[in-house]
Design a protein around this ligand. Structure first.
Ligand SMILES: C[S@@+](CC[C@H](N)C(=O)[O-])C[C@H]1O[C@@H](n2cnc3c(N)ncnc32)[C@H](O)[C@@H]1O
Length: 249
């Protein structure tokens, strides 16, 4: 599977309008609610470092774990002070350090479609947390996926050199709790008018609250807060992204 290999090149442009500032502040507020005197954050699936950049500006140290070498290369080009991105898998990494807070944002955990990968990921995070450390993440929520159903979406973005069109078509695997998001990405060079087309498949798992409760219990965590990401509303069939706050037992 090559997801984020080609996509990474256009990632920051495609998410130029995503409010990373508000999201990072939301997560920092949740973290501070449960942990005083936070020193550092561990970020799983840090991508191109957009949340880390805002967290580091607040004086924290962030270590990022990211599987895609291309995403890490882009993150490193940003020269973010007190941020170190490491190429590794979130199901099996080792960092010689413990953390107050672990975060995993923008549905990274939904990329783990396999039960063993999920258990290994949560156990590995738990090992890297200090006593009563906090793990905050957002995932796709099963009731919303089944009731709303993923629609075909088209996104268009441009910079001074290129136009990018991204078409996202989904295939639901009802018995696996997985949706394949098939991206078709069309890049047009503004000067030469030459067009390139790429495809990438992103299999995404969605979760129910009892499933996360079970996963937490299996990996020495307890759930201490569950809410709609950013709004804080009670999750419902209209909630695509649910935020979970877990505490290490
Ligand atoms: C939707 S992006 C989110 C990136 C970043 N958190 C953000 O908000 O911009 C999902 C990221 O998770 C990473 N990822 C998915 N599975 C992973 C794994 N098993 N180990 C490490 N990174 C993973 C992908 O490479 C990708 O960068």
């Amino acid at each position: 599977m090559s997801n984020f290999k080609l996509y990474s090149k256009y990632y920051d442009l495609l998410y130029k309008n995503k409010n990373y500032f508000a999201e990072a502040n939301y997560v920092m507020t949740l973290a501070k609610k449960y942990k005083k005197n936070i020193q550092n954050f561990l970020e799983l699936g840090c991508g191109t470092g957009n949340h880390a950049e805002i967290i580091c500006e607040q004086g924290f140290e962030v270590i990022g774990i990211e599987r895609s070498t291309e995403m890490v290369a882009i993150a490193k080009q940003k020269n973010i002070k007190n941020f170190n991105a490491i190429v590794a898998d979130i199901t099996s990494f080792h960092v010689d350090k413990k953390f107050d807070i672990a975060i995993s944002l923008f549905h990274v955990i939904s990329y783990l479609t396999d039960n063993n990968d999920l258990i290994n990921c949560f156990k590995t995070i738990n090992k890297h947390l200090n006593t009563e450390g906090i793990f905050i993440f957002d995932v796709w929520y099963s009731p919303a996926v089944y009731i709303q159903k993923p629609e075909t979406r088209v996104k268009r973005m441009s910079d001074e050199n290129i136009d990018v069109i991204r078409i996202a078509e989904s295939l639901i695997h009802f018995n696996q709790n997985v949706v394949d998001v098939n991206y078709n990405i069309i890049i047009q060079d503004k000067t030469t008018q030459l067009t390139n087309t790429y495809t990438e498949k992103h299999p995404m798992r969605h979760f129910s609250i009892p499933e996360i409760e079970l996963l937490a219990a299996l990996t020495n965590f307890k759930i201490i807060q569950t809410e709609e990401f950013e709004t804080g509303k009670t999750p419902s069939e209209n909630t695509w992204g649910v935020c979970f706050v877990l505490q290490k037992i």
